[in-house]
Design a protein around this ligand. Structure first.
Ligand code: BG6
Length: 483
């Protein structure tokens, strides 16, 4: 039986919520549009609201779209209607075993084969994970096919709460049934980091402390919490972005070459890398909060939750010793951007660089928007003058992959498809989460203790606060003469 022939029922638990409407269902539609879902594929939404199939389909349709540039409008409408016919809805409570039994019976009615498999996508808040997982286990798993669950962050808010979550999950499901999403890992450019590093001799050979002097990983958004301030205020930017998305990016950038590029080996290397990051301290951080955050609904007047954070971290291993890594994450800044910069040492090129007013070689990996990878080099300006200028060897996806770049899949599409195929290399293993909470929990406690580290206040729309530069200088000065 091929992957397309395997019958699968995809149950979205928490189907009428934001995640399901904005990400899960649109990703499923796009996979359907591209003909990569199994022929016998059913989607069942499960949620507390009482909705008919029709109302649920109408609401779902609002967020479905075919990617601009590649589609024929009629074909898109036709496929959308076909897709919606496969979408159903069952209402019920997450803590009701009876209601999950109802869900199970509904799925059985839809399924044609005895060995149909089931995927459960938990698009619910963590407070109901335990009920939902238990009831799926007790009432709704597939009888003769596989059963898998996809869950998404927040995976706890510190080591302790993560441990509770871990125990709950492992009580009901084996590790190989659990697919934990960090959607940054599914982004096109992040997936390419492994190829860039390990598939190109020029980079592979230079990817260490002897040639690289600093790594920057920057995430900026030009909007605020967008109606999610209730959630955001109890998490803050460090838990929302750094501990997961940016740390994952860092792990791909700096891990050792895995024994193989299979999921278990990649995870082992990522975990090893996270474990080798030096324990973080409050003094390694600058935190900020945008003006006006405290007046948002659901945010206490005296909230000290950071909406901006920068930190410098160090990887204590042979490859990266004394190479500072700057991580920056902020909402309410001047632009939306996710980018990595690899800064190379200057060495004997220094004399030239001064003439060309250049920062030295850099690889800039733009995750979004406008995906690209570029290498900054110094070049002689053509002509009779001897002018030197910094310029770029440029791999802008839109130009270099002109056709394919019109159809770059959303991270959720890649991840959901991999989960259906049982491919785990882009999912987060328990061991990585345990290590990342171990790294971040003490410093979060320190930063939050007795409000002794209040965030600086910045204007909505500002660029990165200048205090970050001082933090960086301090670390660079400490490492500057190490080689
Ligand atoms: C989510 C965070 O994980 O990622 C949000 O909770 C953030 O606060 C979002 O806005 C950013 O994702 P993307 O894909 O839009 O960069």
């Amino acid at each position: 039986q091929t992957e397309l022939e395997q019958e699968v029922t995809f149950c979205v638990i928490g189907a009428s919520g934001d995640l399901s409407r904005k990400k899960t269902l649109p990703a499923l539609f796009s996979l359907y549009y591209h003909n990569v879902l199994p022929f016998k594929f059913h989607i069942v939404g499960f949620g507390r609201k009482r909705l008919s199939d029709e109302t649920f389909r109408e609401a779902a349709m609002e967020n479905l779209s075919c990617r601009a540039g590649v589609v024929d409008k009629d074909e898109c409408d036709r496929k959308m209607q076909q897709f919606l016919q496969r979408v159903h809805y069952v209402s019920g409570h997450y803590d009701s075993e009876e209601d999950f039994k109802k869900l199970h019976e509904f799925c059985c009615e839809l399924e044609e084969e005895e060995d149909a498999s089931r995927m459960f996508y938990l698009a619910v808040p963590p407070s109901v994970f335990a009920f939902a997982l238990k009831n799926i286990r007790l009432q709704a798993t597939s009888e003769n096919g596989w059963t898998r669950v996809i869950i998404e962050k927040p995976f706890g808010r510190d080591s302790e709460s993560y441990e509770e979550l871990r125990e709950t999950i492992s009580k009901y499901f084996d590790e190989d049934q659990v697919y934990r999403i960090d959607h940054y890992v599914g982004k096109e450019v992040v997936q390419n980091i492994t190829t860039l590093r390990f598939g190109n001799y020029v980079f592979e050979a230079l990817w260490n402390r002897e040639h690289i002097r600093r790594i920057d990983i920057v995430f900026k958004e030009d909007f605020g919490t967008e109606g999610r301030s209730g959630y955001f205020d109890s998490f803050g930017i460090i838990r929302d972005i750094m501990q997961n998305h940016l740390l994952q990016v860092l792990a791909y950038l700096t891990m050792e070459r895995p024994n193989s590029f299979k999921a278990d080996d990649i995870s082992a290397e990522k975990t090893k890398l996270i474990k080798s990051i030096r324990q973080l301290k409050a003094q390694d951080f600058v935190t900020g909060q945008y003006e006006g955050y405290r007046s948002e609904e659901g945010v206490p007047e005296d909230s000290t939750t950071p909406t901006f954070a920068a930190c410098v971290l160090h990887i204590d291993n042979n490859r990266w010793k004394d190479v500072p890594v700057l991580m920056v994450a902020g909402k309410g800044l001047n632009e939306r951007l996710a980018e990595i910069r690899i800064l190379f040492r200057k060495g004997l090129t220094e004399a030239f660089l001064q003439k060309g007013n250049s920062m030295g070689n850099q690889i800039v990996i733009r995750i979004q928007p406008n995906e690209s990878i570029s290498l900054h080099v110094l070049s002689k300006v053509p002509g009779l003058s001897t002018e030197l200028r910094e310029t770029c060897l440029d791999l802008t996806y839109k130009e270099k992959f002109e056709h394919e770049s019109k159809d770059i899949a959303d991270a959720y599409e890649r991840l959901i498809l991999d989960a259906i195929h049982g491919e785990k290399s882009l999912f987060i293993y328990d061991e990585q989460l345990e290590a990342s909470w171990k790294l971040f929990t003490p410093v979060l406690k320190e930063l939050e203790s007795e409000k002794s580290h209040p965030p600086l206040i910045y204007k909505f729309g500002d660029s990165i606060p200048s205090q970050v530069e001082s933090l960086l200088w301090k670390h660079e000065a400490e490492c500057g003469n190490c080689i």
